[in-house]
Design a protein around this ligand. Structure first.
Ligand code: SF4
Ligand code: SF3
Length: 537
């Protein structure tokens, strides 16, 4: 195996024996085969599109399949093999629709599971040129992030065939050879695709924003209890609001309280979800603490998306849904949560109420855009000196205390917007207020980077300046491939001077890094004091 797609990759270069995340070599290899099968499928799908054949089910399958290879999503070899077989089957079906024999025509050759196994699909073998290889990996990993958001959006009925066409184009570009001919793309061509991937991600996040707000309402500032209530309990982790909604409906009147975990915290801010009186609070912190925190949860647990870790020791109460998989766990199909509900009723639940702290969520796109004129006034009057966006993924490696310390040290005349699971380092801190605004505002999940972008664009518009001229600094933490996609979006929008940590991606070559520094002013985080001084002067 070789996998270097996330921030905790072994030795800062690549996992080769087994993944630091717990991914074993056979699972890594089958994920490589899936990517290769999707590249083949993409080529056939593009041929179909050129003839006006657009197959929405295959579009949906492709993003779901890509999502299944994202870090901490699916560790179940059998489930992944099914996905590879489905990619082969779908390619053959498309070839048939193109009017050719799927066993011989160029639109379907190599269409067997064994042929996939014979192909050299390792990501580190993509090119002999380290810079091209780096750009190809930036593209593939960014694409996985796009696929995750596109999958969530599709679940909520939001799709854009042009987005799927780009996903096919980018997958197809990564084929070792184009129908036998060597690839002639230059590094510039690859970098162009990389930036287009950033734009595609903006579209995917826009679709997801429309899906989430259109289905569950615009988030509004909402207090969330970190305590618990006496009674049976279910904990819901991941990003899939539709799963949470269906579960809330199915648990209504059953005497079960539902708690959010990890990236599900912002769900409380959505009116249609908040309306369920048995959605009572939030339990635990970020994904990397689940093995310490989940054993103490006295109910059943559902993972709707990343990040799942080995649930050894408490696996009998853990369930998966959507693209998530762990061998041996019960996987919920068709959103029938009966097995999860039965398990929750069997388990003891909490035996007493505990008030706990309260945190605020719900500073989503609409709320922030409505507040933008007042924020501008506060900036002009000098009450708000600077706005920081401190967000991104959390992770297990040391060095992430930087973000806690950074937020703690931000001066009292600055605002801190945050999003994604990196916020669990500081989400329960009381930073006080500036006028009507809490100094710390939770914008939402990682995909709500879309909201932050919209607010920044609106502020720049109102001030008649560019986003880079705003008193706004981005201090980001990355871990998995959705963060790669968001970073590419910011680069595609021309956002400069992003601080990135806790370490730089292993798949960025020194030359590409030099380009990122020269053209976008990207810099690694240093210390909170030094960075704050550099930003605020
Ligand atoms: Fe290693 Fe990360 Fe790949 Fe897991 S996802 S195998 S930790 S690089
Ligand atoms: Fe976190 Fe896994 Fe990235 Fe949506 S839950 S952000 S790491």
């Amino acid at each position: 195996m070789f996998c270097n797609q996330c921030e905790q990759t072994a030795g800062g270069t690549g996992c080769t024996v087994s993944g630091v995340c717990g991914k074993q070599a056979p699972v890594s290899d089958i994920q490589d085969r899936i990517i290769y099968a999707l590249r083949l499928l993409a080529r056939t799908a593009l041929k179909g599109r050129a003839r006006g054949i657009v197959d929405q089910e295959t579009d949906d399958f492709t993003v779901r399949a890509l999502f299944s290879t994202l870090t901490n999503v699916n560790f179940d070899q059998a489930a992944l093999e099914d996905i590879a077989h489905e990619a082969i089957r779908r390619r053959k079906d498309l070839a048939r629709k193109l009017g050719c024999n799927p066993d011989t025509c160029p639109a379907a050759v190599n269409a067997t599971f064994e042929a996939l196994g014979r192909a050299d699909t390792r990501i580190d073998h993509l090119s002999d040129d380290p810079n091209v290889r780096s750009a190809m990996q930036l593209l593939l990993f960014g694409l996985k992030g796009v696929a995750a958001y596109a999958d969530h959006a599709a679940v909520l009925g939001q799709r854009d065939p042009a987005l799927n066409a780009f996903i096919y184009e980018a997958l197809d570009a990564g084929m070792p050879a184009k129908d036998g001919a060597p690839d002639t793309r230059s590094l510039e061509d690859w970098l162009d695709l990389v930036l287009r991937c950033g734009k595609a991600n903006l579209r995917a996040m826009e679709l997801l924003d429309a899906g989430n707000t259109g289905t569950f309402g615009d988030p509004v500032p909402t207090p969330v209890s970190l305590g618990h209530r006496r009674g049976k309990a279910i904990l819901v982790s991941g990003h899939d609001l539709e799963d949470l909604y269906e579960l809330l409906k199915q648990t209504e009147g059953k005497g079960i309280n539902v708690y959010t975990h990890g990236e599900m915290l912002p769900a409380h801010g959505y009116p249609k979800l908040h309306a369920f009186s048995h959605l009572v609070g939030h339990f635990g912190t970020a994904w990397q603490n689940q093995r310490k925190e989940l054993p103490a949860f006295p109910g059943a647990v559902l993972f709707t998306t990343n990040c799942i870790q080995n649930p050894k020791g408490y696996d009998e109460k853990v369930f998966t849904s959507g693209v998530v998989g762990w061998p041996g766990l019960t996987h919920i199909k068709g959103r029938d949560f009966s097995p999860l509900i039965e398990k929750a009723l069997e388990l003891p639940g909490f035996d007493e109420d505990e008030a706990g702290k309260t945190v605020m969520v719900g500073f989503g796109r609409r709320t922030l855009l409505d507040a933008a004129p007042a924020v501008l006034e506060a900036v002009k009057a000098g009450a708000v000196r600077h706005i920081f966006l401190v967000g991104g993924c959390d992770g297990a490696k040391p060095g992430r205390n930087y973000y806690t310390e950074f937020v703690e040290k931000t001066p009292a005349d600055t605002l801190v917007l945050t999003l994604a699971c990196g916020k669990f380092r500081f989400f329960d801190k009381d930073l006080g207020q500036i006028g009507p605004f809490p100094r710390l505002m939770d914008v939402g999940q990682c995909n709500d980077a879309y909201a932050a972008v919209q607010v920044a664009l609106a502020l720049a518009d109102a001030l008649g300046c560019g986003v880079n001229d705003l008193p706004l600094s981005l201090v980001l933490s990355w871990y998995e491939q959705k963060a790669v996609a968001i970073l590419l979006t910011l680069l595609a929008l021309g956002v400069r001077d992003i601080r990135l940590g806790p370490s730089l991606p292993a798949f960025v070559s020194p030359d590409i890094l030099a380009l990122l520094v020269e053209k976008w002013g990207i810099r690694p985080i240093s210390t909170p004091d030094e960075d704050l001084k550099a930003i605020l002067g």
